[in-house]
Ligand binder design. Sequence first.
Ligand SMILES: [Zn+2]
Ligand SMILES: [Zn+2]
Length: 119
Amino acid sequence: MSFADKTLTCRDCGTEFTFTAGEQEFYAQKGFDNEPTRCSSCRQARKQSRSSGGYGSDRGYSSGGYGSDRGQREMHTITCSSCGKPAEVPFVPRGNKPVYCSDCFKSQRSNNVRSNSRW
Ligand SMILES: [Zn+2]
Ligand SMILES: [Zn+2]
């Protein structure tokens, strides 16, 4: 079986490229029926974009979305209305409402729920 160079047109960039006899032989040995549809540079570009771009963007999307959700939680420094200590809260404090540090917030809640409970 003999092979002759063939000129094919890349379906991606439209450039004519040579499907050489050697390549045809290689394809035949591998049992590939179909001819290459892309020039070698487009094939390389696809390979690279699939291995690095696909993988990277997949991870970037999932981890980035997750991370930015949590990262956008801005902390605001407040002064606790109960003990006067500075504290950070994940919401914007409103001037007309008392804000508590996490410790006082907990005890305020437990006091409200069970007024007779003591530590
Ligand atoms: Zn091409
Ligand atoms: Zn406090």
